[in-house]
Design a protein around this ligand. Structure first.
Ligand SMILES: NC(=O)C1=CN([C@@H]2O[C@H](COP(=O)(O)OP(=O)(O)OC[C@H]3O[C@@H](n4cnc5c(N)ncnc54)[C@H](O)[C@@H]3O)[C@@H](O)[C@H]2O)C=CC1
Ligand SMILES: O=C(CO)COP(=O)(O)O
Length: 338
């Protein structure tokens, strides 16, 4: 299979390395495409991505391409196109790929900021607006880039309404160290991947304030209830949220110290400003950008999301970390139902 990965950040690089490695199915020709010509030259000379994925050497077979204006040429002859950019860049990439005849999948997890409309969209909704004819899907699930690049055991979900897209993703990436499960509930998989980032900021804050393990377990569990309520209201299947892209990714991101979203929460608990917390990452933390949209869409559907609302109030600087905790704990008693 000819596979191109568009975007040479941490996750795009890791997945390209994994598919081009000796662990992958034989016969793949993988290309990693960097938007920036200067970054491409650095990748070529170092045969590594020390800015976004330090410590990982590229397999000899991994091809490198990129630079402004090179996209159309780069995707010619590919059997599968992977978009590995932040959500904020996906609309433009999907517009450029709108007439592609091969499957396209994105790795991005989040909601776009509102563009000429009252609320922000998930990527499958953007695709419906700008590239309706694409056979498309998402590859999601609990997966820190560094671990996948090193070949540590990982399980992902390939979600699409199109069986050929799910099959292409499984053929491209399934390997002895990377299991890829198929799922036809793209709404549920996208809601899980987006909202867990907001909740990871909350658990980072909880752990940074040393509130204890009980508090963290409660946040994760009630956070999953928030994700499920929103997802079901948006048309997802409830059972998707007990799977890899729901509970799985929530547990990983909320508790794993490699998470950039969790790091934002930890930094806020230390008294850093949001700008300082984001600047120290050097990578995108999607929860920071989509928390407001999550809460806004939930409100529009009459869904209560008190943890996510607390995260937004904190990110907006309307409350302090201590006040956020007090607001959550001060809520009246309620039944444990979804
Ligand atoms: N890092 C991880 O472990 C995982 C990340 N993700 C998701 O994947 C997405 C990308 O994350 P990372 O790679 O970690 O981010 P990153 O912050 O490491 O890198 C982002 C990359 O996207 C590139 N980029 C921005 N706009 C672009 C455009 N228009 N065309 C091509 N490239 C563009 C940037 O130059 C940069 O190289 C995010 O939505 C993230 O939530 C999902 C699973 C795991
Ligand atoms: O999505 C991820 C793991 O599945 C990565 O999470 P962070 O963006 O918080 O690092």
């Amino acid at each position: 299979m000819n596979i191109i990965v568009l975007g040479a950040g941490a996750w795009g690089t890791a997945l390209a390395v994994s598919a081009a490695s000796s662990r992958a199915a034989p016969g793949h020709q993988v290309t990693l495409w960097a938007r920036d010509a200067a970054q491409l030259e650095t990748l070529k000379s170092a045969r590594a991505n020390s800015r976004y994925l330090p410590g990982i050497s590229f397999p000899g077979s991994l091809k490198l391409a990129g630079g402004e204006g090179s996209l159309d040429e780069a995707v010619k002859g590919q059997d599968l196109i992977i978009i590995a950019a932040p959500v904020s860049a996906v609309r433009g990439l999907l517009q450029s790929l709108a007439n592609a005849s091969v499957p396209v999948a994105w790795l991005s997890k989040g909601f776009e900021a509102p563009v000429n409309q009252p609320f922000g969209l998930m990527v499958h909704e953007i695709r419906a607006q700008v590239a309706i004819n694409l056979r498309a899907g998402v590859l999601s699930g609990p997966s820190f880039a560094q671990e996948v690049a090193k070949g540590q055991p990982t399980a992902l979900v390939a979600a699409s309404e199109h069986a050929d897209v799910r099959d292409a993703l499984v053929r491209a990436f399934h390997s002895p160290t990377l299991r890829v499960y198929a799922n036809d509930d793209i709404v549920g998989v996208e809601v899980g991947g987006a909202v867990k980032n907001v909740l990871a900021i909350a658990t980072g804050l909880c752990d940074g304030l040393q509130l204890g393990l009980n508090a963290r377990a409660a946040l994760i569990t009630r956070g999953l209830a928030e994700i499920t309520r929103l997802g079901v209201a948006l048309g997802a299947k409830a059972e998707t949220f007990t799977g890899l892209s729901g509970l799985g990714d929530l547990v990983l991101t909320a508790t794993g110290d490699l998470s950039r979203n969790r790091k934002v929460g930890l930094a806020l608990a230390q008294g850093k400003t949001l700008a300082e917390a984001v600047a120290s990452l050097g990578h995108v933390a999607e929860g920071v950008y989509c928390a407001r949209t999550v809460v806004q869409r939930a409100a529009g559907l009459g869904i209560e999301m008190p943890i996510s609302q607390g995260v937004v109030a904190l990110l907006d600087g309307r409350i302090t970390p201590t006040e956020a905790v007090a607001a959550l704990m001060g809520r009246g008693p309620t039944a444990e139902v979804l």
